[in-house]
Design a protein around this ligand. Structure first.
Ligand code: MAN
Length: 234
């Protein structure tokens, strides 16, 4: 039975081969068609077929010199336009980022501006925490896995204290990665005066609510300004 099936299959495929051959024969170009084709037909059916499928689908058309020159010019112009369009897009996004920066509150004397663009790390037994001021706070498990965003820059925490150091003592980062069955992660960063910019501690007082302590000389200056102001008032 199997032999019969194989035999039938072979007969059928042989027949297809024959049909194909016949088919090809039927469509052999006539002598006049051959002349018109300028030998392109042979090239198309050659070894390159299947290697560059796209090319074979769109055979290169030969234009007269003038038309080809215009096509080349148009292609160059199109490329230049696309480059210019990309530059405009890049510039727009740069302007957007700069405008956002200009609007950012960097303190009374822009003393926190130098923190923008920097990142600081702190490691405890389980995690490596990262604070990128004016950008985001994140956490990465020491045993691997991807970063978990603990919040994105939201602003300074409004304080009831009227002194400058009061206003610029706590940063808020919110809308972080959602906590399973809980809120979106958020972080409050408490700043203190210190000799260098440093993330000095990270805790999680409530699930998915983080507290960071960050020391910075920027706040020492601010304390000085406030103290001087107070002296003037006295
Ligand atoms: C992770 C960390 C923890 C957090 C839990 C909540 O393990 O982000 O800080 O408490 O998720 O499920």
């Amino acid at each position: 039975m199997l032999f019969v099936t194989v035999g039938l299959f072979k007969a059928a495929t042989d027949k297809e081969d024959v049909d194909e051959e016949q088919h090809e024969e039927e469509y052999l170009p006539s002598d006049s068609e051959k002349e018109e084709g300028d030998g392109e037909a042979t090239e198309e059916g050659g070894e390159e077929e299947g290697v560059a499928e796209e090319e074979s689908q769109e055979p290169e058309i030969q234009y007269d010199e003038e038309t080809q020159a215009l096509i080349d010019e148009a292609n160059i112009a199109r490329e230049r336009f696309q480059e210019a369009e990309k530059s405009v897009k890049d510039l727009h996004s740069e302007i957007g980022q700069l405008e956002e920066k200009v609007d950012r509150d960097y303190g009374l004397e822009e003393e926190f501006a130098s923190l923008d663009g920097e990142c600081y790390e702190y490691a405890d037994l389980e995690y490596i925490y990262q604070l990128c001021p004016y950008n985001k706070a994140s956490q990465r498990s020491k045993s691997g896995g991807s970063d978990v965003t603990l919040g994105r820059w939201s602003g300074w925490v409004e304080s009831k204290e009227h002194s400058a150091s009061g206003k610029y003592s706590k940063m808020k980062y919110d809308q972080g990665q959602s906590c399973w069955n809980g809120p979106m992660r958020s972080t409050i960063v408490t700043l203190s005066c210190g000799l260098e910019n440093m993330l000095i501690s990270v805790t999680e007082p409530n699930r998915c609510e983080y507290a960071m302590e960050f020391s910075t000389p920027a706040l020492c200056n601010l304390n000085k300004i406030t103290t001087t102001d107070t002296h003037d008032e006295l």
